[in-house]
Ligand binder design. Structure first.
Ligand SMILES: Nc1ncnc2c1ncn2[C@@H]1O[C@H](COP(=O)(O)OP(=O)(O)OP(=O)(O)O)[C@@H](O)[C@H]1O
Ligand SMILES: [Mg+2]
Length: 394
C-alpha cells in the first residue's frame, strides 16, 4: 500500500518510517545502544541532556518502547504534589484513596447496610514493585519545567528509588537547572550520563532520503544536501520541510524534488512558526525614550538602526548557528553600501549587550538567541529559519 506523506514525515511525533539512528559522540556506538546499556545498569539513574528538539523524547520512545515507557513531564509537579502519587497515577495505581466496604447488620427485624470507610495510602514500595514487575521505565521529561525546590525533592526520592532498582530516565535541556541531578553529591557514581548532540548534515540528509524513497519521490543527493544545510541542525525542521515539499509536489502532480521548489517549500514551512513578535522585539531593541536612533541605509534600500542590522545580519547566507563577533560585524558592514559610514565595533557590542538584557527578562520563546562570551548563539533553529524565510518583505 502506498504510504501517505503525513505518515512518513512526522515533525510532531514518532517518525516510524524516517527514524534515523545516530552515532554516539563518534564512538561508533549508536545512541540507542548507549541508552539501552544505561537502562541495564541497575541502581543507576539515566540523565539525558540535549538542546531543544534534537530527539531526546523520540530516543526514549524508540528504545523503551510504547508499552514500557511511562512519561511524566517536569511540568506535572508543583511543590504541593506528592511525587509518588503522580508516579502511581500514571500507571493507573490508586495511591491514595478511600475504600468503602459494606457490612450487613441485622438489627431487630430489619437488615441495615452499614458503610465503613477506610483511608489507605499505597506505599512507595508497592509502586516501585509494580514498575519492576511490569518492566516499566519512568521517564521524567522536561525536568527543567519543575521548580528548583521540586527538583531537589524529586532527586531525593529518586536516589532512594534507583537503589531499589526502579528504572528512571531524567531528560533536560543543557544549562537549565538539571543541577539537582548532575551536581547532586548523593547521586554521584549512580548516574549514567547521555549527552544529545546537535545533528550533523549527513544524518539529517538521511531523514530526507529515507522518507522520499518510501514515497517513491525522487531526490538527488545534491538537493538532499541543500535541505540538510537549511534545516539548521534540526531533525524536526527537516521533517517539516520535507512534508511541505510533499504537499507542493502533490498539488502539481510531480514526483521529483527539484531545486526550483525549495524556496517555496521553505516559505510554506514557516507558516507554522510564529516568531513575528520575537523578531519585532529584537529589531526594536529597548525603548528609545524619545531619542532618535542613528539609521543606516542598507544595500537593499532599507533604513535600519543597529538593532535592525543585527537581526538582518543573522538571517544572511550561509545559515550559521554560532558566530563569533568578527563574523557578525563583517556581516553587518556588508549590509551597508561600501562608501557609507559603518557602525563602530564598540557600539555594535553595546547593542548586543542591550539586546541580551531585554531577552533575558522575556518569556522562553524570546530566548532564541544568546550573546555570551563574545559569541552569538542561535538557541532555537526554528527562529533562524523563520528569520531567513518567514518575512514576506524579502
Ligand atoms: N532519530 C530521529 N530520526 C528522525 N527524526 C527525528 C529523530 N529524532 C527526532 N526527530 C524529529 O524531531 C522531532 C522532535 O524530537 P523530540 O520531540 O524527541 O525532541 P526533544 O529533544 O525531546 O525536544 P524538546 O526539548 O522540545 O522536548 C520529532 O518529532 C521528529 O520529527
Ligand atoms: Mg522532548
Amino acid at each position: 500500500m502506498q504510504l501517505k506523506a503525513e505518515n512518513v514525515f512526522k515533525p510532531g511525533s514518532f517518525p516510524e518510517y524516517t527514524y534515523v539512528s545516530r552515532n554516539y559522540e563518534n564512538t561508533g556506538i549508536p545512541y540507542e545502544l548507549r541508552l539501552k546499556q544505561a537502562l541495564r545498569t541497575a541502581g543507576c539513574l539515566t540523565s539525558i541532556i540535549g538542546p531543544s528538539k534534537m530527539g531526546k523524547t523520540i530516543l526514549c520512545e524508540k528504545v523503551i518502547g510504547i508499552d514500557n515507557i511511562v512519561e511524566i513531564s517536569g511540568a506535572d509537579f508543583d511543590i504541593n504534589t506528592d511525587f509518588w502519587a503522580i508516579v502511581a497515577a500514571k500507571v493507573g495505581l490508586p495511591y491514595l484513596g478511600e475504600i468503602t466496604t459494606e457490612r450487613e447488620t441485622i438489627e431487630g427485624n430489619h437488615r441495615e447496610n452499614e458503610e465503613q470507610k477506610e483511608r489507605y495510602i499505597l506505599s512507595k514500595d508497592k509502586v516501585i514493585q509494580y514498575y519492576k514487575d511490569n518492566e516499566k521505565v519512568l521517564v521524567i521529561d522536561d525536568f527543567h519545567y519543575a521548580s528548583k525546590e521540586m527538583q531537589i525533592k524529586m532527586a531525593q526520592q529518586l536516589k532512594d528509588a534507583i537503589r531499589r532498582e526502579l528504572k528512571v530516565v531524567v531528560v533536560s535541556l543543557p544549562h537549565r537547572a538539571d543541577d539537582a541531578i548532575r551536581q547532586n553529591a548523593d547521586l554521584s557514581g549512580r548516574l549514567s550520563l547521555i549527552n544529545i548532540e546537535t545533528w550533523k548534515e549527513s544524518d539529517l540528509k538521511e531523514i530526507a532520503l529515507k522518507g522520499f524513497k518510501q514515497l517513491n519521490i525522487k531526490i538527488s543527493d545534491e538537493v538532499a544536501s541543500q535541505l540538510s544545510v537549511e534545516c539548521l541542525t534540526s531533525p524536526q525542521l527537516m521533517q517539516y520541510i520535507c512534508l511541505s515539499i510533499c504537499t507542493l509536489l502533490e498539488d502539481k502532480n510531480e514526483n521529483v524534488v527539484k531545486t526550483d521548489i525549495l524556496k517555496t517549500a521553505y516559505r510554506f514551512t514557516t507558516v507554522n512558526f510564529n516568531y513575528s513578535d520575537v523578531v519585532n522585539v529584537m529589531s526594536k531593541g529597548p525603548n528609545p525614550r524619545g531619542k532618535k536612533r542613528k539609521l543606516f541605509k542598507t544595500v537593499s534600500q532599507k533604513e535600519l538602526d543597529l538593532y535592525g542590522l543585527i537581526v538582518e545580519s543573522l538571517a544572511k547566507n550561509p545559515p550559521i548557528m554560532e558566530m563569533n563577533f568578527d563574523m557578525l560585524y563583517d556581516r553587518i558592514t556588508n549590509l551597508i553600501p561600501i562608501d557609507n559610514i559603518k557602525p563602530d565595533k564598540q557600539s555594535v557590542k553595546n547593542h548586543l549587550n542591550n539586546l541580551q538584557m531585554i531577552l533575558e527578562d522575556k518569556e522562553e520563546i524570546y530566548k532564541a538567541i544568546e550573546w555570551k562570551d563574545g559569541k552569538i548563539y542561535i538557541l532555537d533553529p526554528l527562529f533562524l529559519f523563520y528569520l531567513r524565510w518567514g518575512r514576506m518583505d524579502e
